[in-house]
Design a protein. Sequence first.
Length: 378
Amino acid sequence: GLKTKNNKLFTRFSIKSILQNPVYMIADVNAYNFFVKENADLNSAKDEFDSVHGMMVYNRTKQEKGKAVTYLPPDEWIAAVGLHPGIIPGKTWISVQDSLNRNKCKAYRKPRNNEALLTGLLYCACGSRMYPKISKRKTADGKPIYTYVCKLKERSKRMLCNSKNANGNTLDMAVIEQIKLLEDDKGSFIDQLEQSRKFYTGNREAYNDQLASIQEEKAEVERKIDGLVDSIAELGDSAAKNRVAKRIEQLNQKSVDLDSRIHELECLTSQHALSDIEFDVMRQLLSVFKTSIDEMSIEQKRAAIRTLVRKVVWDGVNAHIILFGVQDDEIEYPPLSYQANEADSTEDDFEELERFSDVDYDDEIVDGSKTRWGEDSK
């Protein structure tokens, strides 16, 4: 199927971003009326809305260092007719926005509490992330059974990956039992924690530095755009007006690209946002992992596992734990003693599964082609 310019599959977030972007809207009378109604700062006369060209809209987002991107309302937008051809009629684009706004409050119903421990850590051997989905079955003690499913397998309908699903309840328990064994060699266990700490600190600082630099670059691009937008109204019908408009479009595309990179780094920094105090507390907690893990809450268990485990790779039969601080050429970790049951796996693969409402099924920050054996986490 169609892929993004980075050769990745479209996510629902990327599709929503496209649907919300007025750059694809045709500059027609409906578009003009929309911007007037929404009190946008309109820099093109009504007769310039020729039903041919597309729209250029600026100041749609607000960037602040250390904060997520904020989308601004239309009355804060700066709009002008662009030089590129429009694609979507104004009436259609406006109708789509109304539909998106109506659906804002709709979300997946959370069927039960999400008890999956390996979300974000578990990868299929094909390199794609695996996500938990809940089944209608229950364990002998009445707990819901959940299954980890390969994202690529599901989205490609088994064309690009056909690996067996993993029984989530069994796999999570096996990972915990395997980590408990690390405490038997306490010296090695603490050394591993120190390597994990260095990994967290180094990556967090590097990501923060990159994020600050890109945010500064984004702010400079926005200042240039604002300056050009202010000047374009003074140029009238001069030949320079088209050159300025073209330059604005180029800068706007650069701004969009920087936004994407900022979002990626914000996600990465949040993943590595473990303070020294938090790490020391977790270090003490993990030193008694064997005796305390069973008494922890779900969130505490996830945090404990994430402090030590870089990722878990599922090959359809066995799961392989990859710890922080381990170099890729050093990985000789034995498979868990978790063998897939043929009957259960077949049932898991074809039974009806539901999404958890609190799991981001489109969170695919890392390039899946580089994920095997922890290559994305160096």
